[in-house]
Design a protein around this ligand. Structure first.
Ligand SMILES: Cc1cc2nc3c(=O)[nH]c(=O)nc-3n(C[C@H](O)[C@H](O)[C@H](O)COP(=O)(O)OP(=O)(O)OC[C@H]3O[C@@H](n4cnc5c(N)ncnc54)[C@H](O)[C@@H]3O)c2cc1C
Length: 381
């Protein structure tokens, strides 16, 4: 795997580059808008890392493996700014929620540290959280939040210092069948290599319309930051974990670096074009978030919206990632389908892809192109 071209410097492409470079490959990393750009899913401020995935232990293991690598990246980073906040992740679920029960069993079996909190403990620990409708609360003690864009940019700077070529360009899919020796860029130039990895996130369906047009469905997703009160530190990461509220399908991140309490709506939004889609928040999303704040954190009910972002999920039908060889080009790989939960797994995905290319890793059936349907049946999230 002497010369590898990785297309897309989001979390999957950047971490694949990292692992390929560690394995001795000469890598070029090319991105249409630059690493951690504002249109990319990985270019948002922050992402939750949890290990709980229902009965699906594979993703739990990948998250644990990735966490160690995120921590190492954070330790190597000399900017003085954190890449990783070890604040824990709190699952809030209604009584008898089977997904949370399955997750608890999987995590306990795998010795992932968790703490079950009854309503009284919740109230004592987080008096500003209204838990009256919560049946199960489970804290993933080793969960936390990754500073997403900053991590991608720190990693790509590190890669550049190690001799990886990181460059700007929009790459097209191969124009002839069979083995590929070079790809065209939109400015007319070409880029040569022995192996090509397309890690283009929500752009995969437009780069490969025939193959992936129906298999990866980008949706519009909104995140909002609400300003906490002056002098109020109850929502900071030292006093508050990230949380996932299964009662309402809303998740959140504590007030990191004074940006405000982040609230995200997990339900799939409308189809979205990552190139041309406007990224202005809509009134309905703001009202949904405010209604949730009034319910869950009553003191934040009238908090001002201080920032917002529109991002996109790149959904496969089930939520399982797509990591496979292109069926018509033996030296072209497709890596994506993060489906709203991919960021945390970037390091494990990168290691897996580098292993596949080197030929010493066994492919996982769930990631195969053949396993990707065209009708949404979200099972992994
Ligand atoms: C609102 C929101 C919240 C989320 N929350 C979480 C969370 O809490 N935890 C979690 O683990 N995950 C979360 N995710 C999911 C996670 O962010 C994504 O799965 C992950 O970032 C996808 O990474 P990627 O590298 O596949 O794609 P991207 O980050 O989108 O990167 C793709 C890159 O490819 C480039 N590109 C595209 N086409 C071309 C081309 N033709 N030529 C060159 N370059 C090209 C783009 O410019 C882009 O930089 C969330 C996603 C969203 C939208």
């Amino acid at each position: 795997m002497a010369d590898v071209v990785v297309i897309g410097a989001g979390v999957f492409g950047a971490l694949t580059t990292h692992h390929l470079s560690n394995a001795g490959a000469r890598v070029t990393l090319v991105d249409a808008y630059g690493p951690g750009n504002s249109r990319s899913s990985s270019g948002d401020e922050s992402r939750i890392l949890r290990c709980g995935y229902g009965v699906d232990e594979m993703y739990s293991r990948m998250a644990r493996q990735s966490r160690e690598q995120w921590q190492r990246l954070d330790a190597r980073n000399s900017s003085g700014l954190s890449l990783w906040h070890p604040c824990g992740v709190l699952w809030l679920a209604p009584e008898g929620d089977s997904y949370t029960a399955d997750t608890r069993a999987t995590l306990q079996r795998g010795h992932y540290p968790i703490e079950l909190l009854d309503r009284g403990t919740l109230r004592a620990r987080y008096p500003h959280l209204d838990a009256s409708d919560i049946g199960t609360a489970m804290l993933e003690i080793e969960g936390g939040v990754i500073m997403a864009r900053r991590s991608i940019q720190a990693l790509t700077s590190e890669l550049t210092l190690r001799g990886v070529r990181v460059t700007r360009g929009q790459v097209s899919q191969p124009s002839t069948p069979g083995r590929v020796s070079a790809l065209q860029l939109s400015d007319g130039a070409s880029i040569a290599g022995d192996t090509f990895v397309f890690a283009c996130g929500a752009w995969l369906p437009s780069v490969f319309p025939e193959l992936l047009g129906q298999r990866i469905m980008p949706t519009r997703q909104v995140v909002m930051y609400f300003g906490t009160g002056a002098g109020d530190d109850r929502f900071t990461a030292s006093r508050m974990p990230a949380w996932i509220d299964f009662v309402s399908g809303i998740y959140g991140i504590p007030d990191l670096e004074g940006r405000g309490l982040k609230v995200g709506i997990d339900a799939h939004g409308a189809p979205f074009d990552p190139d041309t889609g406007e990224r202005t928040v809509d009134d309905r999303s703001i009202e949904t978030a405010r209604a949730w704040l009034r319910r869950r954190f009553p003191t934040m009910g009238a908090a001002p919206l201080v920032e917002s972002r529109v991002c996109q999920y790149e959904n496969t039908a089930s939520g399982d990632f797509l990591i496979d060889r292109h069926p018509e080009h033996e030296n072209v790989w497709l890596v994506g389908g993060g489906s709203g939960h991919g960021f945390k797994h970037g390091p494990a995905v990168g290691e897996y892809v580098a292993g596949l290319i080197a030929g010493h890793t066994t492919p996982v059936a769930a990631f195969a192109l053949a396993a990707k349907g065209t009708v949404q049946r979200r099972a992994v999230y």
